[in-house]
Every structure is written in C-alpha cells, then in structure tokens.
Design a protein around this ligand. Structure first.
Ligand code: ZN
Length: 227
C-alpha cells in the first residue's frame, strides 16, 4: 500500500513509526511539508518520498520570503499547497497557490492539493498540472470537474466518519484515479493505520480491499514516479 499523504516528520518517533507502517504493509509514503521549518525536518527522513510546499494555513504577508526558501531538490511533488476558505488571507493564499503551481509546472512535478470550501476558486488554476486532491471533501459534481482535469483523488480517515457526501465521492472515482492516505498524525495517529482506510474505501465501493490496495499503489507509483 502507498500512503499518498502523511506528515511523518510530525509524528513523535518517525523512525519507529515508519517501521510500524512497513510491518502494516505500507510500502511507500509521500511525506508532505507545510512550511520552511517542516521542510528542514523532512530532509532528515530516509526511505520515503518527499513533497515540499507552503500550506495555505501558513500563508501570511511574508509568504514570498518563505517561498524563497523552498528547495525542490529531490522532491517527488510540490505540496501541500492550495486554498482554504476557513483560514485567513484568502487573497494571499491564492497568490501563493498560483506561484507554487507555476513552480510545479517548471519542475514538471505533480502537486498535492489541500482545498477546503474553495473548490470553485481552485478549479480555474488547475490546467496543465498533474496531481492529487488530498482528503477529498467536495461534492460529487465538483469531483467530475477535477477528474476531467486529470487529477487523482485521495481519501483520508475522514471516510471512517461516514456521511453521504464522502460516500458519494468514494463511489464515483474511477479505480485508476483513486489514492488513499492517512494525513497522519492529524487525521489519524500514524501511517500504520492505512489498512483501515483501504478497508473502508473498499467496503463503500463494494470492492475487495486487496484490489483497492493494489490499484492505489500502482496509481501512486504512476503519479509520483516513485516507490
Ligand atoms: Zn496534510
């Protein structure tokens, strides 16, 4: 299995956490960064793929000087980046988002997207990028627009809380665009929890968990070119 979005560097003991993930069958992890200090700590991890980006929660008036510190050497993706209507500085978020999409295009890297209550605002900027909508929370209708742009859709432990909207979305993603993640340590404790997400996504789709595990693993490899 591939955990397409986690923050291993924020887990209490990253090395032990990684070993538990491996024992749970998680063979690949994309470790996603959010701000300059996290990018530094990510660099000390071994055996995982890294993404670097300025998360919308960390975008403020100084976003340009923060972004100037972004080093994409060895990166498998740009992220996490995006728009979050529930947080301040939406106009600045949009500027930082556009700047980082441009970086991803220049470096020919996929993006890891965080979009909350801003799906309509994000859409027009997503041409000519490859990437994944992380912890998808939008409607089925919006989902169609993201799929049409070639994006992958990742489901997080939020699926374990249920709800009609997320269930509808889980069922509507073609298997070849599906990804799974833990978003640990935030939505669940650690990447070793991934099998629970896979099991619930499979149950909602009426598919075998092994099939979902294999397909999401292959999709992760294809999108990020790693693992
Ligand atoms: Zn995250």
């Amino acid at each position: 299995m591939i955990d397409s979005h986690c923050h291993l560097h924020d887990c209490p003991d990253p090395q032990a956490t990684l070993e538990r993930a491996r024992r749970a069958g998680v063979s690949g992890l994309l470790v996603v960064g959010t701000h300059p200090e996290s990018w530094q700590r990510q660099r000390s991890l071994e055996g995982v793929a890294l993404a670097f980006g300025l998360h919308p929660w960390w975008v403020g008036p100084d976003w340009r000087s923060d972004l100037a510190r972004l080093d994409l050497t060895g990166a498998s993706a740009v992220g996490e980046i995006g728009l979050d209507r529930l947080k301040p500085h939406f106009e600045l978020q949009l500027e930082a988002f556009q700047a980082q999409l441009e970086l991803a295009r220049d470096h020919q890297l996929p993006v890891a997207l965080h979009v909350v209550k801003a799906h309509e605002a994000a859409l027009p900027h997503l041409d000519r990028v490859r990437g994944v909508m992380h912890s998808y929370s939008g409607s089925r209708e919006q989902l169609k627009a993201f799929l049409e742009r070639g994006l992958y859709i990742s489901f997080s432990p939020a699926v374990l809380r249920g709800g009609k909207k997320v269930e509808g979305a889980v069922k509507s993603v073609p298997l070849e665009r599906l990804l799974v993640e833990t978003d640990s340590p935030y939505q669940t404790a650690e990447p070793a929890d991934l099998p629970r997400v896979v099991a619930e996504v499979a149950r909602l789709r009426g598919q075998d968990p092994l099939q979902v595990a294999a397909a999401t693993e292959e999709n992760g490899r294809r999108l990020f070119g790693i693992f």
